[in-house]
Design a protein around this ligand. Structure first.
Ligand code: F6P
Length: 533
């Protein structure tokens, strides 16, 4: 297969971009197309998406859909669902969708449901206090995909969390992470979940060793054992046994780390919200899987999102995308999406090893609204770069302060509208500036108070933040990343880019002790010497 930019659709898109795309104006588009909101919005399972404030017209969409067909996105999608080894550089299938499929509906159903049943039964035991000693604190020790998903979801499900349980997440090899967590724990009431797909990750193994040492120093006093208070979640059952955990929940090499919160890696989520809710979480994701697998491309939400990402990155050349959840409990969603998208699609060679002549993953970043509005939204409104924004709003709040929720939603709508409409200098000139600026000419000040507008955004609406809706939302993001990766022709499921740093860290560790700088570059040698002073 040729690279994406050698396809007829890409050439047609480039032509369309030069002729119309670069001058596309949202304000004119809305004036021209009274039905634009209806035409460019979509109700997918649990997620309503308004795509109308994106810089696309009908022709761009048509050509992007042609591109998806020329890049065999559907065949690749079907190969993923069927369990073919589409992660070619690691020779693995990609089957996180099987983790949320009903019994008998996807490959590996027997193993998946056997582990799920056992996991949920154990989660209920912990939740209901049926363990040897009643647990009050659950500490997840893991990093990357073995941390970000459970951490994000446990926070998101605050409304469903067992109130008698506290959750802690230790990921960083920086002792400042684990030390304060341990300081607040009662060993007799604590469950440590050692979560690592490989059970070899330096950070996790080091933190798990610290936790085990801390625990064993205290366990004699109450007759506790590592076997009762440590659980392993891993594909490497042998290494977990060697570490000393006897209770392990397994998963498989066809579950990528950043796609693993649906597997046993979701144990803290299951303990937090219980078995029934966890199954709803899986069901929400499965509903989005069915939508992705069966909806025609032009009505397929993850496909449309992935194609707009390709349009922005390859033609508009936007280098980042901001995610602004207007829900405080989704505070960790941008961090979660960073791994999902940037570790998946941050690649510069295609499946055949050829260097790509187009951009792939943008930088994903963001904070909950309204906080971000008072920090970096200045740049989004008036900076020199265009950053497409993604708003996530939730219709029904889980608190009793409707006046706050109304303000939150008004802010969310206002930001999308302000980014699109902007403000001319004439309008700014007609206004009174809120602060007095005696020495500045009104025309100059008006210029500073001008907004270019025409800045694109997408808005997602959920009815409420529930296990089902969050499941669907995350699956939507997964399949969107898949779509863009398939168009770009890359392996979205490997992560070779993290290896070099790991290897060099292992090489530098003994040098920090010995001071040996032989063969190091001058900068690293100089820094190492200073750190040893
Ligand atoms: O360093 C990257 C990575 O391999 C991620 O892909 C993964 O989620 C994370 O490390 C943790 O890996 P493990 O679950 O094997 O400890």
């Amino acid at each position: 297969m040729s690279t994406a930019d050698r396809t007829p659709a890409w050439t047609a898109l480039a032509r369309h971009y030069d002729a119309e795309g670069r001058r596309f104006d949202l304000r004119e588009a809305f004036a021209r197309e009274p039905r634009r909101f209806d035409a460019y919005s979509l109700q997918a399972p649990e997620v309503f998406a308004d795509l109308s404030k994106n810089l696309v017209d009908a022709q761009a969409l048509r050509l992007l859909l042609d591109l998806a067909r020329e890049r065999d996105v559907e065949a690749r999608r079907d190969a993923m669902f069927a369990g073919r080894p589409i992660n070619t550089t690691e020779g693995r299938a990609v089957l996180h969708t099987a983790l949320r499929a009903p019994r008998g509906a996807a490959p590996h159903g027997v193993e998946v449901h056997a582990v799920l049943d056992a996991l949920l039964a154990y989660a209920e035991d912990v939740r209901e206090g049926r363990t040897a000693r009643r647990i009050t604190d659950v500490v997840n020790i893991g990093i990357g995909g073995s941390d970000l998903g459970p951490r994000m979801a446990v926070q998101a499900f605050e409304a469903y969390r067992a109130p008698q349980l506290r959750f802690h997440f230790v990921s960083n090899v920086d002792g400042h992470d684990i030390a304060p967590v341990l300081a607040g724990l009662d060993a007799a009431r604590t469950l440590f979940v050692v979560a690592s797909k490989t059970f070899t990750t330096q950070e996790t193994m080091a933190n798990a060793a610290v936790a085990r040492q801390w625990f064993t120093a205290r366990a004699g006093a109450f007759g506790g054992s590592v076997a009762e208070h440590f659980v392993g979640v891993t594909t490497n059952l042998e290494a977990a046994a060697a570490f000393g955990v006897t209770r392990t929940f397994g998963f498989w090499d066809w579950v990528g780390g950043r796609y693993s919160l649906w597997s046993a890696i979701g144990l803290p989520i299951a303990i937090a919200i219980g078995a029934e809710r966890f199954r709803e979480f899986l069901a929400g994701a499965h509903a989005m899987d069915r939508h992705f697998a069966t909806a025609p491309l032009a009505k397929n939400l993850p496909v449309l999102l992935g194609l707009i990402d390709v349009w922005y990155r390859g033609f508009h050349r936007y280098t980042s995308r901001c995610v602004a959840p207007y829900h405080q409990w989704l505070a960790r969603l941008p961090a979660y999406l960073q791994q999902l998208e940037m570790e998946s699609n941050g690649k510069s060679v295609d499946l055949d090893g050829r260097s790509l002549g187009y951009g792939t993953s943008p930088v994903i970043w963001g904070e909950p609204g309204t906080n971000g509005q008072h920090a970096y939204f200045q740049m989004l409104h008036q900076g020199t770069d265009v950053v497409p924004l993604e708003f996530i709003a939730v219709r029904h709040a889980a608190h009793d302060h409707p006046e706050l929720h109304a303000k939150l939603l008004a802010n969310c709508l206002a930001q999308g509208r302000a980014l699109m409409l902007g403000k001319t200098s004439a309008a700014a000139l007609g206004e009174k500036a809120p602060t007095a600026a005696p020495d500045i000419a009104p025309e100059v000040l008006a210029h500073h108070r001008t907004f270019p507008g025409n800045r694109p955004s997408t808005t997602f609406l959920l009815d409420a933040l529930t296990p089902r809706t969050l499941g669907a939302l995350i699956a939507m993001y997964e399949h969107r990343v898949f779509t863009a990766g398939a168009v770009w022709g890359i392996d979205s499921f490997d992560q070779w880019g993290v290896e070099l740093g790991k290897a060099l860290a292992n090489e530098l560790l003994p040098r920090l002790a010995s001071g040996d700088v032989a063969g190091l570059d001058a900068s690293t040698a100089g820094l190492l010497a200073r750190l040893r002073e």
